[in-house]
Design a protein. Structure first.
Length: 206
């Protein structure tokens, strides 16, 4: 199971950068774990901290008004680079549940949906407008309504977005691939019984 995503109204963080790759999201040295927790400290590490480990004041995540942000608004091609699922885990461990951008890497987009993070594609001009609003008024909130498929900016303007019906249903119900499989447990058991009767030699413990 994953955490359900239905609606979210939260502080949004503007990240005015395009082609943010997964190594920037979570550097390779933090990938020594298969746990989904604890990765938030490494999120955007090379950008958040200087060589002495001190926070870089101008970086969006370090601004006091944005520290509790749960929505990230970024540029084109977010999540490009390697296919590391840790990139999604790091964002979620930090507290981010939704990333809004004009485009995403296909693998990052799929990984987000499978883990309960909602990637929202909006037109580039709409994203540029949201980033401008957030930069002019740090700490502003954005509302994301998955059933209605809308993003409402700080100015009250609503922006519709597209999402497939299947991933939408999975997010609304909090279903990951394991939960979906378990949901067919009776069908799987019946299939195994039928094949054991038809071809018992396939199930011999050799």
């Amino acid at each position: 199971m994953i955490e359900k995503f239905i609606a979210l109204k939260a502080v949004a963080i503007p990240l005015d950068r395009s082609n943010v790759d997964t190594d920037a999201i979570i550097p390779a040295r933090f990938l020594k774990t298969i746990q989904r927790t604890g990765l938030g400290k490494g999120l955007f590490h090379a950008w958040r901290y200087d060589e002495n480990g001190t926070e870089v004041p101008g970086f969006p995540l370090n601004r006091s008004a944005c520290r509790k942000g749960k929505i990230l608004v970024a540029g084109d091609n977010f999540g490009c680079g390697s296919s590391r699922e840790h990139a999604v885990w790091a964002l979620m461990d930090y507290g981010i549940r939704c990333v809004i951008a004009p485009s995403f890497s296909d693998i990052f987009y799929a990984n987000g949906l499978k883990n309960g993070l909602l990637p929202v594609r909006l037109a580039s001009r709409e994203v540029r407008g949201l980033i401008a609003l957030l930069e002019s008024s740090p700490g502003s909130e954005i509302a994301v309504d998955l059933p209605a498929q809308t993003v409402t900016g700080p100015d009250g303007a609503a922006h519709p977005f597209d999402i497939g019906s299947f991933p939408k249903e999975c997010l609304l119900k909090g279903l990951d691939e394991i939960a979906l499989t378990i949901g067919h447990e009776q069908d799987i058991a019946r299939y195994e019984r039928e094949w054991k009767a038809k071809a018992p030699w396939l199930f011999l413990d050799l």
